[in-house]
Design a protein around this ligand. Structure first.
Ligand code: PAF
Length: 315
């Protein structure tokens, strides 16, 4: 277990409890941004941190939360197996914010890595958020309690940290859309900032769950990003949303060792279906022929469930 408190450089703080977090932020009036993570940080996370640093500027405070949120895992999912690498995560954060060549420097880095009791002091919270209809399709259809659990922790952390900006990756596009909707609907005074997906040189979207893949499974997993490329190519050749979906689905369905969960074309903000596939949200009757759509895919490679997506301009 590497989940021990590492030494931080001056100006960086590790808080493990609500009290330590409050003390770390007490009297700090500098611009503040938060990046919420479940740890096992990779370059995709570090892009979010760099964007947070850019937002707050050299005198600002970046808070990075590292918390594997039990509420967003259903029974039988990978809560226990989820990689926990706190010491390496903190080292990476300090390096990324070192102010070295090409790297931003911020006034302060605060890493909040609480135990579940610190986030949910009374155990299972009694008051729950309803993530709404957007949380019933795609990821929500497979993981019905997932987004409510995400919103529970995101709103709690927003209240504990009080950031001006909260930076989220486009890799979890449905999470980004639902968090943005929560912030709008509940008038949370935080600006949600999206950051593009970071990919490996061969196209695989970076994810902490990629560490579960064997070399053979990793090679097979490339079918997801290739399916997105096929969809993009179809759009460039003039396809409408249904054609984009078909091109991506054909590639993914033919990929060996890949069990397809869904291939969908949706509105990136509302997750309303745009390819006439009838996913369940109202407003799905037309097939989009123009505008920006989100091509989203999910598939199982061995025991690992992977997701990926691309914003596509239908021209
Ligand atoms: O995207 C994630 O890693 C998690 O869903 C989040 C936003 C940190 C909430 O636990």
């Amino acid at each position: 277990m590497t989940d021990t408190a590492p030494a931080l450089r001056p100006g960086a703080l590790l808080a493990r409890t609500r009290q330590e977090l409050a003390a770390a932020l007490d009297g700090d009036t500098a611009p503040r941004a938060v990046v919420m993570t479940m740890g096992a940080l990779h370059d995709g996370h570090f892009d979010l941190v760099a964007e947070a640093a850019r937002r707050v500027g050299p005198g600002g405070t970046v808070v990075v939360t590292i918390f594997v949120n039990p509420l967003q895992f259903a029974a039988g999912e990978d809560l226990e197996a989820y990689p926990r690498t706190l010491a390496a995560d903190v080292d990476g954060l300090v390096r990324v914010l070192s102010g070295g060549p090409g790297r931003p420097r911020v006034g302060r880095l605060v890493v909040f890595a609480p135990a579940p009791q610190a986030v949910y002091p009374d155990g299972e919270p009694g008051v729950r958020l309803d993530a709404g209809p957007m949380a019933t399709v795609l990821e929500g259809a497979v993981r019905p309690t997932h987004f409510a659990g995400v919103l529970q922790v995101v709103l709690t952390l927003m209240h504990l940290i009080g950031p001006r900006w909260a930076v989220f990756g486009r890799k979890d596009a449905q999470q980004l859309a639902i968090v943005s909707a929560m912030v709008r609907d509940l008038a949370v005074p935080v600006e949600v900032v999206p950051v593009d997906i970071r990919r490996e040189p061969d196209g695989l979207a970076m994810s902490s769950r990629n560490s579960y893949l064997s070399p053979e499974q990793r090679a097979r997993a490339l079918a997801l990003s290739r399916a997105l490329e096929a969809g993009r190519a179809a759009a460039a050749a003039g396809a409408d949303a249904a054609g984009v979906r078909r091109a991506a689905a054909e590639l993914l369905d033919a990929a060996p060792g890949v069990e397809v969960d869904y291939v969908a074309v949706v509105d990136p903000l509302t997750f309303v279906e745009r390819a006439g596939a009838g996913l369940g949200l109202p407003g799905a009757d037309g097939v989009a022929a123009a505008g920006e759509v989100l091509l989203a895919v999910a598939a199982r490679v061995g025991p690992t469930r992977l997701i990926d997506n691309a914003l596509i301009d239908l021209g």
